[in-house]
Design a protein around this ligand. Sequence first.
Ligand code: SIN
Length: 492
Amino acid sequence: MASSQASVFGLKDSSLIKQQAFIDGKWLDANSGETISVTNPATREVLGTVPEMGLAETKQAIDAAAKAFPSWSATTAKHRHDTLMKLFALMNHHHDDLSRIITLENGKILAEGKGENTYSASFIEWFAEEAVRTYGEQIPSPLPGVRNVVIKQPVGVVSILTPWNFPSAMITRKLGAALAAGCTAVIKPPPETPFSCLALVELARRAGVPDGVINVVTTQKNVGEVGKEMCESKIVKKVSFTGSTAVAKLLAGMSASTLKKVSIEAGGNAPFIVFNDADMDQAVSAAILCKFRGTGQTCVCANRIYVQSAVYAEFASRLAEKVSQFKIGNGLDESTTHGPLIHDRAAEKVQAHIADAVSLGAQVLVGGTTVEGTSFFNPTILSDVPANARLNNEETFGPLAALTKFESEEEVIKLANDTDVGLAGYFFSRDIGRVWRVAEKLEVGMVGVNTGLLSQAVIPFGGIKESGLGREGGHGIDEYMNTKLIVFGGLA
Ligand code: SIN
């Protein structure tokens, strides 16, 4: 990349900025020569371009991954551990630069960019440690002279499709597991935030990951043909996707043509419940974190906040006081507490959810408007949101805290579960009986009790219902391995 463009990022190591895709160890332009412009959502400044690739380059990337698979899968687990630990060390060494890239292309504030790089690196460290623990088992047989042994083997070439809300961490959560297991990968990063992905791949190359083991195809307008090939190719043995439920269903349908293994982390519509006996300081701080992390653009953000009647007024006024103090702006400015939304469409959706709820009787306590001509949205609190409001059935993915009053535990469980998705749910109570009851009854894959933050590399991250399939982090390396049974007969 021309140094004048790299300087837009203001990095210590400007060679981390790559404006080409990466196939078989080579940095490449699109066959067509076409490019995609990447802009900073806070300033609308063009940060650079990446290639607009298509079907031919996707096939090339899949072939490269297939060619690299026999030798990468034959390396020892210790070798893969050591290589991933080198990548982990490089991610820490380049922490400032990688955090800055995240902030510039996604818009989140620098403190969150730093938080994301740390979170992202933790997946590499975790899966390095998992690489050496992909144990099989020996199962005693009821048959004489027979021994049953189970081994784990890498599935092969993996397609990885990731979203813009965590430009780095959603890649390492998948790629770390794939590489540790011995798989090779083709990644399609989002067109909004490709530079974090490309910087990670450059660091993986420096860490000694061989040519062809990781390939990156960048695309925007050709996403249909690229995504189809990544899901339908017979060479690809697994698809891992994080993004919307609508796209997840499309990709799962395409992957079904070859009955591929699929991991999906799709949309959420998280309930956040505050009972009368909650610790109010804890509940208010957790709501701020859970609702407004990444300016409300995470799949595990609270989408519906239910507060029991005796504490409703207090909770609403304490939340409003804190949210009124937020300062939206450029994420590089230290005084900024919240960045912009990723693009104007995102701000329009928040506005539409507010208009719909208000038309049904909700009241605006704080905010409620966009900042004209930008994708900044003033952090908003709505009170008395009725059950039939659109936002109760659709993830807002923005800085909108929607409060609804409830009377009883039974009523709120019913409201919380009245949705097709089930990723995360949160509640606040100090009654141990209620804690168990509610945790068991919420129809979600992950429950936060007296906390608004679940995310860690060590946990089984994922949802139920239409929020996805499989689990990432934790023992997620299993999703990248086949279980093989070997029965030995004729033994004494
Ligand atoms: C997501 O928004 O998809 C992931 C959030 C997280 O890992 O905390």
